[in-house]
Design a protein around this ligand. Structure first.
Ligand SMILES: [Zn+2]
Length: 424
């Protein structure tokens, strides 16, 4: 009976083991080969590639080593310098492969530089103190042109901050390399993130022939926009013909001061989104009241009916909207006011547009719907700037004005990865 089990187990085990090593070697070879194709560094080589067990997302780590006999380069001056010591290993995130996160692992050397002192060496895959490799940052920034920043973060299992940081790096790079001559029209926009606690100010070029993101700054204060104009330069600022922005006070102030010669336009997109927000507030309040009074929930699931343009509704939604409009609800009256306001944009003459605006505001002020009254007051306050929209369109019927219309604005936003939020 002992004959049947004559050492097959150890033999088999050894054979299996060799096979695994061989297979691993082959796998490793393949990943290294790919990396050498896409990202080869002169003075560094890729070492072992390994799986990180137990990570929440499948993760690959690729070791990087300095090529034998290569001397480190000082990150300060870019010269080859004698080594000083070696720092602990650091991880740099690279472009994910087949849904796996990929990290480069490298223990940076420090150099003793006669000019710069003791410095970390230059690593060609990363810039400064970033944790994302250059390749990954460009990869994310590229996707951020097609998807919203949030979507990019989700798709590649990274954070909003990393995506933002990558876009910022791309814009910074652009700042140093782009041609800023001949810019006549800019748009100033803000985005909120972290649940509205933090803001960014974005400035685009919106000329007919060229739409692009020019500048990103933190917050949305007077200082923020002043920083933009300082960077942009006095001469270029004074050559601007159009500026498009929201009714945000700090922006209005700075624009009037720094580019008073330009026609300042409050864009349609922002104005309509103020109205949409007002409707949202009215509806939310009314839903609550109806519920408390125990009425049939006529307003539940009507948000999109009231916010979408009628031409974008499906047949079914159209029927439901018609049904809803029979009720004398504040939400319905607010909706009708907003739809009426759409006529404003169809005027050609600034004078008649102004007349319409005044009538609409008076009517809205009598509506006893507070959020709508708030918008009406705001529009009244900015009457001249609102009417600039018509002056600009009259004066320049060309592609330039297209930059201000909702559709173009939306495309620009989308092109730079904004969530296209609701508009009129
Ligand atoms: Zn140096």
């Amino acid at each position: 009976m002992s004959l049947r089990v004559e050492h097959p187990a150890p033999v088999l085990r050894r054979w299996k083991c060799e096979l695994t090593i061989e297979r691993n070697k082959r796998n490793r070879m393949q990943i290294k080969t790919i990396l050498n194709r896409v990202q080869k560094f002169k003075s560094f080589v890729f070492g072992t590639v390994r799986w990180i067990e137990g990570a929440s997302v499948p993760t690959l780590e690729v070791a990087i080593q300095p090529r034998i006999n290569s001397r480190p380069v000082c990150s300060g001056c870019g010269c080859k310098r004698p080594g000083y010591d070696t720092l602990p290993e650091r991880r740099f995130e690279f472009i994910p492969m087949w849904g796996n996160r990929v990290f480069f692992v490298y223990a940076p050397r420090r150099v003793e530089c006669p000019d710069c002192g003791v410095r970390v060496e230059r690593m060609p895959w990363v810039e400064g103190k970033h944790r994302l490799t250059e390749a990954y940052a460009w990869f994310l920034a590229g996707w951020a042109k097609r998807l919203s920043w949030k979507e990019v973060a989700e798709a590649f299992r990274t954070t909003w901050d990393h995506v933002f940081c990558s876009v910022e790096r791309a814009v910074m790079w652009g700042r140093e390399h782009q041609d800023l001559s001949g810019i006549e029209a800019i748009g100033v926009d803000e985005i909120a993130w972290q649940r509205g606690h933090r803001y960014l100010t974005l400035v685009y070029q919106i000329d007919g022939h060229c739409k692009r993101l020019l500048w990103i700054g933190e917050k949305r204060t007077v200082k923020t926009l002043i920083r933009f104009f300082r960077w942009f330069g006095k001469e270029r600022g004074q050559a601007l013909k159009f500026i498009c922005s929201d009714m945000w006070k700090p922006y209005l102030k700075v624009i009037a001061k720094k580019a008073g010669q330009a026609i300042h336009i409050l864009d349609r997109f922002h104005i309509m989104s103020h109205l949409s927000k007002a409707i949202d507030a009215v509806r939310a309040q009314e839903v609550k009241e109806l519920k408390e009074k125990g009425y049939e929930p006529v307003l539940t699931k009507t948000r999109w009916l009231l916010l979408k343009r009628p031409e974008n509704l499906t047949d079914k939604q159209e029927i439901r909207l018609a049904d809803l409009l029979r009720y004398n609800l504040r939400s319905v009256r607010a909706y009708l006011l907003k739809e009426e306001f759409q006529f404003f944009w169809s005027y050609i003459s600034p004078y008649w547009a102004g007349q319409f605006l005044d009538k609409w505001c008076t009517k809205t002020m009598r509506s006893r719907i507070d959020p709508m009254k708030k918008v009406a007051r705001m529009l009244r306050r900015h009457r001249p700037l609102l009417l600039n929209w018509f002056r600009a369109r009259k004066q320049f019927s060309s592609a330039i004005v297209e930059g201000f219309n909702t559709k173009a604005k939306l495309t620009t936003r989308k092109a730079y990865g904004f969530r296209t939020y609701l508009c009129g």
